[in-house]
Design a binder for this molecule. Structure first.
Ligand code: PLP
Length: 398
C-alpha cells in the first residue's frame, strides 16, 4: 500500500518548477512556447569559472569535501562579505551548501521548534513557506501592499511580533517582485530586531548583484544586529551558475555549527568541482555581472514599454532581479469559450495554452491577483511574448 508521510503530503510542489515542466513538455511536443517561468536568464557561466571546474577535475579534486566547505571557498566567502558588504566573519561562521535553497533548509530545520512563529512577508518565494512548514513552524504572513512595491513596513512587522516569534525572513531584492528595500526601510526593521534579542533575522540577498537602480543595501551594514543576523547568499544568480549548486550562509557561530551538524548527517560537503568554480566566481571582478545588468536593464525597459500597451495590467517597475510581478486581476471573471478565468492558475494555464507563453501563477507566491514574468529572454522574444499575451487577453469575453 502506498503510504507517504504527513510532512510530505502537506508540502506543495514548487509552482515555478511545475509551470516550467509543463512549458517544457509542450515545447518537446513541438509547441512553440516562450518560457518566462524560471529564475535563470539565458546567460552562460563565464569561461574562467568553467575553466576552474575543468582544472579541478584534471587535478583530481574529486573526493568528499569538508562538511563546512573547502577552506579556499570559505576564505573567498569571507572576503566577499568583507569587500562587498563591509562585515567581518571568521571561518567558523560560514557554511557552504548545495545552493541557497539548501542553506535555507538547513537554517529553518535548525532554528525552528514546533509552534515557533516565523514572519514571512507576502509575496514570498514559495520555498520559505514550505520549509517552515516542514520544520513544523508556524508561518506568520505580513502582506506587502502593491502601492509600496509589495514591501512590508516596520509598523506591520512590529504588529506581528509575539513571544513565539523565532525569526523574520526577508528577501531583498525580492523574488517575485524585484523590489529592494531602501536603507531607511531596512534600518527601521533592524531596529525592531534589536529591540527583540531572541529574534533572528534571516536575510536572503541572493539577488544583490542584479540591482539596476542604485547599489544593493545589505542588512550587514547594521552591525548592532550582527548577533541576530543570518545572511544567505550564493553564486546561482550573479554568475549564471544555477546548475552548479553552491550557496552559503554567514551567521552567529552557534547557528552555523548546528547547521553544519545537520548538513553532515544529510548531504555532506558540497560538490568538490562546483566549489572550485565558486572560488573563481567570487574572486571575479565585478564587471562580469555589470555587462549582464545592462542587458537585463534593457529587457526590463522593453517589458515596461509592452506592459504600458495593456492598461488593465498593473505593475511596479523592478529595481533589481529579473522578475515582474504583474496584477492580471482586471481580466478575472472573463471567459474563453465557456471557461471562466478566476485565479492566477487559470490565467497562467490560459496564457500557456492560448498565448503559448509560460508565466508563473502568483498563488505560489501568496498573491493570487498576480503572475510572475521572468525577463530571462532577449528583447525580441519578450516583444513577441507580449504580442501573444495581448492577443490572448483581447480574446477574453466579459
Ligand atoms: N532565494 C531566492 C529568493 C531565490 O529566488 C532562489 C532561487 O530561485 C534561491 C534563494 C535559491 O538559489 P539556489 O538554490 O540556486 O542557490
Amino acid at each position: 500500500m502506498e503510504h507517504l508521510s504527513e510532512r510530505i503530503n502537506r508540502m506543495e510542489e514548487s509552482t515555478t518548477f511545475a509551470m516550467a515542466r509543463l512549458s517544457k513538455e509542450l515545447q518537446e511536443q513541438g509547441v512553440d512556447i516562450i518560457k518566462l517561468t524560471l529564475g535563470e536568464p539565458d546567460f552562460q557561466t563565464p569561461q574562467h569559472i568553467k575553466d576552474a571546474a575543468k582544472k579541478a577535475i584534471d587535478e583530481d579534486e574529486t573526493f568528499y569535501t569538508p562538511v563546512q566547505g573547502n577552506s579556499d571557498l570559505i576564505t573567498a566567502v569571507i572576503n566577499k562579505f568583507k569587500n562587498e558588504n563591509n562585515i567581518e566573519y571568521s571561518d567558523n561562521q560560514i557554511l557552504v551548501s548545495n545552493g541557497a535553497k539548501h542553506t535555507i533548509t538547513n537554517i529553518f530545520m535548525t532554528i525552528i521548534d514546533e509552534g515557533d512563529e516565523i514572519i514571512i512577508p507576502v509575496p514570498y518565494w514559495g520555498t520559505y513557506k514550505e520549509i517552515v512548514n516542514l520544520a513544523h513552524g508556524t508561518q506568520v504572513f505580513v502582506e506587502g501592499q502593491f502601492d509600496n512595491q509589495f514591501k512590508i513596513t516596520a509598523k506591520q512587522l512590529r504588529d506581528k511580533i509575539t513571544d513565539k516569534t523565532r525569526a523574520i525572513f526577508l528577501n531583498s531584492p525580492s523574488n517575485p517582485t524585484g523590489a529592494a528595500y531602501t536603507k531607511k526601510e531596512m534600518k527601521e526593521i533592524a531596529d525592531i530586531v534589536k529591540e527583540n534579542p531572541k529574534i533572528l533575522l534571516v536575510s536572503d540577498e541572493i539577488y544583490e548583484h542584479l540591482t539596476f537602480d542604485g547599489n544593493h543595501e545589505s542588512f550587514a551594514q547594521f552591525d548592532y544586529i550582527k548577533d541576530q543576523l543570518i545572511l544567505v547568499n550564493g553564486v546561482s544568480k550573479a554568475y549564471a551558475m544555477t546548475g552548479w549548486r553552491i550557496g552559503y550562509m554567514a551567521a552567529p557561530e552557534w547557528v552555523t555549527k548546528a547547521c553544519k551538524k545537520l548538513q553532515g548527517q544529510t548531504t555532506s560537503g558540497a560538490s568538490s568541482i562546483s566549489q572550485k568554480a565558486a572560488v573563481a566566481a567570487l574572486n571575479t571582478k565585478s564587471d562580469i555581472y555589470k555587462e549582464r545588468i545592462e542587458i537585463l536593464k534593457k529587457r526590463r525597459d522593453a517589458v515596461v514599454e509592452e506592459l504600458r500597451k495593456i492598461p488593465e495590467l498593473k505593475f511596479n517597475i523592478p529595481s533589481a532581479t529579473f522578475y515582474f510581478f504583474i496584477d492580471f486581476s482586471a481580466f478575472y471573471g472573463r471567459f474563453f469559450e465557456n471557461k471562466q478565468i478566476n485565479t492566477s492558475k487559470d490565467m497562467s494555464m490560459y496564457l500557456l495554452r492560448e498565448a503559448k507563453v509560460g508565466l508563473v501563477a502568483g498563488s505560489g507566491f501568496g498573491v493570487d491577483k498576480c503572475l510572475r514574468l521572468s525577463f530571462t529572454e532577449d528583447v525580441a522574444i519578450l516583444k513577441k511574448a507580449f504580442d501573444r499575451i495581448k492577443n490572448a487577453l483581447d480574446n477574453l469575453k466579459k
